[in-house]
Design a protein around this ligand. Structure first.
Ligand code: GDP
Length: 643
């Protein structure tokens, strides 16, 4: 067989592969293309539709690639997880071991790396999952001549010089972008260091160019770099994908059997929020191949035993509450049930205690605590709730990678209950914008909803991780903008003005004079740089050296009530240059300062900042301040003796 012809005695299992990438990069299409062997008559070449996955035997891949018969493929086949995108990937096991061995990151050649591609690559990097890049939609290059299902090098040879040129610079572009993500990469057929340098496979999911290359690369390169991980062992490694009801069987669990074998009658343990549930496998199911479906009763084939790697449906009692993303544990005869349950307990504990820092303290197992703390919660942050461990982790990681860097204060699995809202209310006092629950693929109980409305906790619900995070970040941005508006009156931008001698038109109540704007704030509007230094409403003061010259006295002059250009145009704010200003003294009680007596043109006019105004700038206007602005603030702070 393929497995034993490798010159070693190892029996290898099929590598498990996930497809990731930005929306519209072609993940679904690529999966379709891989699934349909392009041989007339449906499931030729032994491709089987499994639970949540498609299995391609090595023979099928060999046929598609016209690989010479003597060339070895060390693995029996390839298991491709069916649900493309972040979703399936994030259903990976919480700790260490992952659902997939390798990922295909689909990149649209005409778009290069996009937001979600970069995020996916970041996730792969953190999880240390190897990946190849399918540089898809090559047929979209202008003037591409279609060569259905051809190997990519051959397809490229038949292209015009123009197409080849465009292809080259687009590849170079993607190589540069990947470099920015921290990865060296190369076209796979030019790659000399397959263990370190990321392989790029150009593909078209529409006309099939490069698809044989991609498949062949996966079955030959993956065992090359992870022989150990792909070695078949008896110990079962199995991850729960989802729970569902099937008419003829009742509750079933869909799992990916990563390693080992499952037998009918096996004693198994699944993790539920209520604790480990020990039960036994009543049926092991796989879907019938399409062509046999009509002849059989029911839609699933029953098995006595199934070996890794494959997608399997398990019928068992008491599994309704199994948690997606956790391990399914098999208790072999003679093994210690208690120990196995303790292991399951640990896994559940990891899942649950993510949500509750207080409970962590109760556990003696320090190492486990360290492991969980990979997902760190903060005192101030949002509350995240999801249907599975994997998605929960994905959302939290995604929040972390945002420029806003949203911290998480707590999380939980399953429906949003009143207690969850209670926990989120703690933020109302600490940090209002984080008094929010991000709920993914879970129900919100009516009492929970009521309490949220009553207390002011916001609940965000969406059906994709990205959408959820997007609507939340939009909300945060809007909130910030509102806060900014609310505090606009308190914000004092730093500026320094020079009074022009002989151009003082009124020396008191109000002071009217021409000034030259020397330094001030820089503002960005729609990414165009505007230099605004002076605004109507800015409080102005003047610093006058005392007679002994050892210190200065600060005289408040009032607020700027109007700014005019040299040709008399009324404006709200001014850039550097000469303008005419009017300063109205808003504090009539105090004696007004008189130009010529209390100060003169040798004294600089400054915006009168305060501790409060600095805090407001820091909190709400940070984006609009440049280093120069902060510099001036620091100078003014010293000058005005602000703590
Ligand atoms: P997903 O969002 O990543 O799953 O992307 P889809 O597979 O749904 O593809 C998005 C669009 O791009 C669809 O209209 C596809 O037909 C098209 N598409 C995908 N792959 C290719 C390709 O290789 N060539 C061309 N021309 N179009 C493609």
């Amino acid at each position: 067989s393929e497995g034993s012809s490798s010159g070693t005695d190892r029996e290898l299992r099929a590598p498990i592969c996930c497809i990731l990438g930005h929306v519209d990069a072609g993940k679904t299409k690529l999966l379709d293309c891989i699934r349909h062997s392009n041989v007339q008559g449906g499931e030729a070449g032994g491709i089987t539709q499994q639970i949540g996955a498609t299995y391609l035997p090595a023979e099928n891949i060999r046929e598609r690639t016209s690989l010479k018969a003597e060339a070895t493929i060390k693995v029996p086949g390839l298991l491709v997880i069916d649900t493309p995108g972040h979703q399936s990937f994030s259903n990976m096991h919480l700790r260490g071991s992952s659902l997939c061995d390798v990922a295909v990151v689909v990149v649209d050649i005409t778009q290069g790396l996009e937001k979600q591609t970069i995020e996916s690559i970041g996730l792969l990097k953190r999880r240390n999952v190897k990946f190849v890049v399918a540089l898809n939609k090559v047929d979209r290059l202008y003037g591409w001549k279609t060569c259905p299902n051809a190997p990519i090098v051959k397809a490229l040879k038949s292209q015009s010089d123009d197409v080849q040129r465009e292809f080259k610079w687009r590849v170079a572009e993607v190589v540069t972008q990947l470099k920015d993500c921290g990865f060296n990469s190369a076209l796979y057929y030019e790659n000399k260091k397959i263990k370190e340098v990321v392989n790029i496979v150009p593909t078209s999911a529409v006309s099939g160019e490069g698809i044989p290359d991609l498949l062949l690369l996966l079955v030959r390169w993956v065992p090359e770099i992870m022989m150990e991980k792909l070695t078949y062992v008896d110990t079962v490694e199995c991850t729960v994908l989802e729970i569902n009801e099937v008419k003829e069987f009742g509750t079933t669990i869909d799992v990916v059997l990563i390693n080992g074998a499952l037998k009918k009658g096996d004693q198994i343990i699944v993790c539920t929020k209520q604790g480990p549930v020990t039960t036994s496998i009543r049926h092991l199911l796989t879907p019938y191949p399409l062509k046999e479906l009509r002849a059989k009763q029911g839609s699933y084939e029953r098995h006595e035993e199934l070996k890794a790697a494959q997608g399997v449906k398990i019928v068992a009692r008491g599994v309704q509450h199994a948690l997606a993303g956790t391990s399914l544990i098999v208790v072999k005869p003679g093994h210690d049930l208690e120990q196995a349950e303790a292991a399951a307990m640990q896994e559940i504990y990891n899942a649950i205690s993510l949500s509750n820092e207080n409970e962590r303290g109760k556990n003696e197992d320090e190492t486990a605590i360290k492991e969980i703390s990979r997902i760190q919660t903060c005192k101030e942050g949002v509350y995240v709730q999801a249907s599975s461990l994997g998605t929960l982790e994905a959302i939290i990681e995604h929040l972390k990678t945002l420029s806003l860097n949203v911290p998480v204060s707590g999380c939980n699995l399953g429906p949003v209950h009143k207690q969850d809202v209670m926990k989120a209310t703690a933020m109302l006092k600490r940090k209002e914008e984080y008094a929010a629950i991000l709920a993914f693929d879970v129900k919100v109980m009516p009492e929970a909803f009521e309490l949220a409305v009553e207390s002011g906790v916001k609940i965000f619900i969406a059906d994709t991780v990205y959408k959820l995070v997007d609507i939340f970040t939009d909300y945060i941005k809007k909130l910030k903008e509102e806060k900014k508006q609310q505090h606009a009156a308190e914000a004092v931008f730093p500026c320094s003005l020079k009074i022009l001698p002989n151009r003082v038109y009124h020396s008191k109540d109000p002071i009217v004079c021409d000034v030259e704007v020397l330094e001030g704030i820089v503002k960005f509007y729609l990414s165009v740089l505007f230099i605004v230094v002076l605004q109507v409403g800015t409080p102005i003061c003047v610093c006058v050296p005392r007679k002994d010259r050892n210190a200065e006295v600060v005289h408040s002059l009032g607020r700027i009530s109007s700014i005019k250009t040299s040709n008399g145009l009324e404006i709200d704010s001014a850039k550097k240059g000469v303008v005419s200003i009017k300063i109205d003294d808003d504090n009539a009680q105090e004696k007004s300062r008189l130009y010529g007596r209390h100060f003169n043109d040798s004294n600089e006019l400054l915006s009168q900042i305060s501790r409060r105004s600095i805090d407001v700038l820091k909190e709400y206007y940070r984006d609009e301040m440049s280093d120069g602005n902060w510099h001036l603030i620091r100078r003014l702070k010293k000058q005005f003796d602000i703590a």
